[in-house]
Design a protein around this ligand. Sequence first.
Ligand code: AQP
Length: 334
Amino acid sequence: MTRPRLYSGMQPSADSLQVGNYIGALLQWRDLQDAYEAFFSVVDLHALTQPNDPAELREKTRRTAAQYIAAGIEPSRSTLYVQSHVRAHAELAWILSTITGFGEANRMTQFKDKSARYGTDQTNVGLFTYPVLMAADILLYQTDIVPVGDDQKQHVELTRDLAERFNARYGAAFTVPIPVIQKETARIYDLQNPTAKMSKSAESDAGVLWLLDDPAVSAKKVMRAVTDSEGTVRYDRESKPGVSNLLTIYAALTGRQIPSIEDEYAGRGYGDFKKGLAEVVVNEFGPVRERALDLLADPGELDRVLASNADRAAEVADATLSDVYDRVGLLRRS
Ligand code: AQP
């Protein structure tokens, strides 16, 4: 039976993933990998849009892949590979850039946000064409669904527009993908600044729970998380963003409903609640961290797994690219 296809990826932009990546992406990927034929990529070409030390980028790429596997993405069930190992990504991005309007690309709000944040000196053309590369990532695999955060929705809309435009102009080369937007309850905020999303590139480390941190350090961060003066463990995103965020993390990691956690801690202070959450965090990430570190202790084996998965990905991607080359009229090499 053929399963619908799914594509998703993360940037190797830090030594460790953070809890938001785990809850917002990895947990969902893990649950989807049976129902879908899934392609999960470590998008290292995308990471080049920011300054990188070459040796560090290589290391972050391995580490990101190891954390995918440690979190339950199985390279025998899903295709888990490094984007730059499949050359078709960069090649299709070029073709797609030739059917992307400049004004269309210029409307992408993430580019506007990031270029404003980085300043003119750090803003490169790669950052501007980032959504076109993302469209290539998705379209190469004839993807049916793309699970993404709300912030990526506009990029998937562009992907759909490009697929439809190409298909109308050259014939049906691409499946038009559907974005599956993560629930708001899957969005995790910074522990020290609970109105800002938890992010790998956060300015301060204190509000970020890293998957590969020593569990004792993560427990301390939970104990120091910003709350409020009310003293009641109650979900209210507007007036209690700190406690609500902790409840979201608690619920996501235990599979429990928020009201049942509120009931458990009714009449007890934030100290107890935080202790409970710290335990949950340590129990969840302790084993993930150990598995990831085990995988990283044998980089040769990890690289072999990534290479064989890249071969599998390239088979699909090369077939799409070859069809696209024919359709646009590139003369084939004899
Ligand atoms: N705080 C979050 N809550 C829920 N989901 C999150 N994701 C990221 N942060 C949260 C999801 O994780 C995946 C990571 O995608 P990415 O690495 O391409 O970049 P990102 O979304 O920009 O993630 P970061 O951690 O904030 O990285 P940097 O700092 O490098 O930009 C996506 O599925 C995202 O929705």
